[in-house]
Design a protein around this ligand. Sequence first.
Ligand SMILES: [Zn+2]
Length: 203
Amino acid sequence: MTYTGGPLNELNGKMGISAPFRSVPIMKLIRTHKPLSKDALVQLIAYHYTNECPCGIKSQGTVEMFGRNLYESQLVYWKEYRYSLKECIQWEYDLFVVQSLKGGTIEKKAIDDFNGVLKDFSFEEAEGFLDEDLRIDIIIKRNAIEVGGIQVKPLTFKSMRQEVISFNKKANQKWCKPVFYLYYDKGEHFINRDDIVKEIQNL
Ligand SMILES: [Zn+2]
């Protein structure tokens, strides 16, 4: 469950960590570049930190850096560290990325789609931002047990790689579950959804 309330909310507000001039004018960034996924938004923020984009928006850092600012401000505000760096980064990620995009992501669209078709499974949004090894977008469950994952990628990702539609990459050694790649085109249509539905039915 995404959670941006509580003491970290107070700290963030009082210390002005997410003030647009100290971070990034996030809604303007979203309106301007219309990212379709959380991952795309994370990259957009980083891009506007390191590059001079013609749109004129400048970010003062990356999501990780905003998290670090929040982490360090604890010492000033509380005279002690109450939350880990990891928790602080996750909190800023939830604020800037998850909350900002709300229901409008391509991942949500895919989840609704799969939940409608595959009744024996449930599809949920994956939430950890920092777990690089498990950077998947959607978790597939059967009887409440995780059986696989889905990465949602723009078609341009695939054409960069000269691969035929390739699923079934293992997320990592720890997880050992199949990860499917769902591709969408410029019109936000999923181009290999039916293939993935078949693969999941065979899990
Ligand atoms: Zn821009």
